[in-house]
Design a binder for this molecule. Sequence first.
Ligand code: FEO
Ligand code: CA
Ligand code: CA
Ligand code: CA
Length: 613
Amino acid sequence: GDGGDGTPPRLSFDAIATSRQDAVVVPEGYTAKAFVPWGTPILGSYPAYMDDGGNTGADQSMQVGMHHDGMHFFPLEGSSEHGLLVMNHEYVDQITLHPNGPSEGPRPLDEVRKEMAAHGVSVIEVQKSSNGDWEVVPSALNRRINAFTVMALRGPARGHDLVKTAFSPEGTRTRGTINNCANGFTPWGTYLTCEENWPGYFHVRMDPQPRHLARYGVTGWQGYHWYDVLDEDSDLYTRFQPSESGDDATQDFRNEPNGFGWIVEIDPHDPDAMPIKRTALGRFSHEGVVFAEPKVGEPMVFYSGDDARFEYIYKFVSKNLYQEGMTGNDLMDEGILYVARFNDDGSGEWLPLSMGDDGFVAKMNAAVGTTVGSIEFDEPFADQGELLINTRLAADIAGATRMDRPEWGAVCPRTGMVYFTLTNNSNRTEDDTDAANPRAANQVGQIIRWQEDGAASASTFQWDLFALGGHLEGSEQEGRSLVADAALTAENIFSCPDGLWFDGRGLLWIQTDMSGSMQDGSSDHGDFGNNQMLVAEPDTGLIKRFLVGPTECEVTGITMTPDHKTLFVNIQHPGDRSEPGDFTSHWPDGGSSRPRSSTVVVTRDDGGEIGIA
Ligand code: FEO
Ligand code: CA
Ligand code: CA
Ligand code: CA
């Protein structure tokens, strides 16, 4: 079956072994080439990439950003050889970004400019050249969106008192997007970028922190100190150290962090279009976002995970019913946000987070005067805008299931089943396990899936586990394909599933992110090799390892051309444990070069479709 005749696709390559090479490894008969690495010029004066870290902040604003993550290929006129490649740049590694790492003490202005410019999103027109290699097209559509870019707020939190700042006293705008991890896209041709670990950028000077900050742990742990710029006190930078200057929130930046934690919609086909933060989809550490296949006359449905330990999986159901020609303003500003409860018997429920829902309001009113998690819930939410700014707290009140770090989701084009990675949770205790999160001190993660009871907008579902990450058979945390009812083998053991994506034929791609000491083989993760990408037949549960990345990278971000003959994959933070001048990876440029996050173009040497016969 090739997916064209109605039968499920069947994998046709030989699985590769784990690897510790500083290289991208793919199966026999396939070729992988680096493309648009960090620093590639795409705009303006097209400043050349400098391997000594010498590019300025202004240069960086015209170059591809750092730490490639979620990505989508938008074909131009349906082409599989010409399109817009749009990708996230999650964060920066200061050691490889600057010539000798970050300066000590107050930050030189241009270091901060470069770090902020290396964040965000790249829109790049790309095409396949006559020799078969892909190239950047010098195009008016090429664009960098970064931590400076002005964005609109829409949905129920637009204009709310809690988003008013000295920059936007009306509460309708904010500046920049940061920590853009996984992505999404829409049926109407726009790109969605998701704000994940934004609490790490704000050094809040309010003690105690209000609940809309305290519940998110807004502690500045990324350590960039963008507010602390030498001889510069522009609010472009000082806003990252919010405090209260008096009674009037429109005179300071106490609410600046409330402009982050959202899903951002970008029109890649219009370089002048202002990005829009869609507050109706909730505020949390959005990993990614994925839609259920739209059906005319039914609500539009999006799923999104909150990647932190013991956080939740959410579903947004639009108020308006989908019709051809509708866009984000029709389908992403009004609707109901739900949070998932996974019951131990395999059933599940979507719990509404809505001031218009009597059940939610009753739970909220009962919670007033109690401690919810670690938060003193001293007064009810005033309105839906405040509820959404406090999405995590609302989900706590609703009684959702606390998950093992929800990362990417994917919807099967054949069955409509929704799959999510749960990457790991070392803090889960034996007393706290449940059927969906079954392992204590979970180092290896699992993949969960569900089928809605009827339409995608249904309020109940049936779930099971698709696979358990883990080691070879006999280990305490053994890997297992639960669909195949078989232990994982040397061909497919994996740990810390993160990226997850269905291609158009119905193959499920799984990307891993073992972090920190898990990457170097010194821990008990040595048997997994470098981070990798596998692919599964969802109906049989067969899983095969397809790609292994270079030293200390994470494999994340995936998209394909419509003909399934070109696969784009992102390699993030190769050489993650480098020190200034001592790079632990030299991928992709080789020699003594500094490592660069990069896209990889994978093709089959015989020109055939990726993965299948
Ligand atoms: Fe940025 Fe949850 O990975
Ligand atoms: Ca991720
Ligand atoms: Ca991750
Ligand atoms: Ca990452």
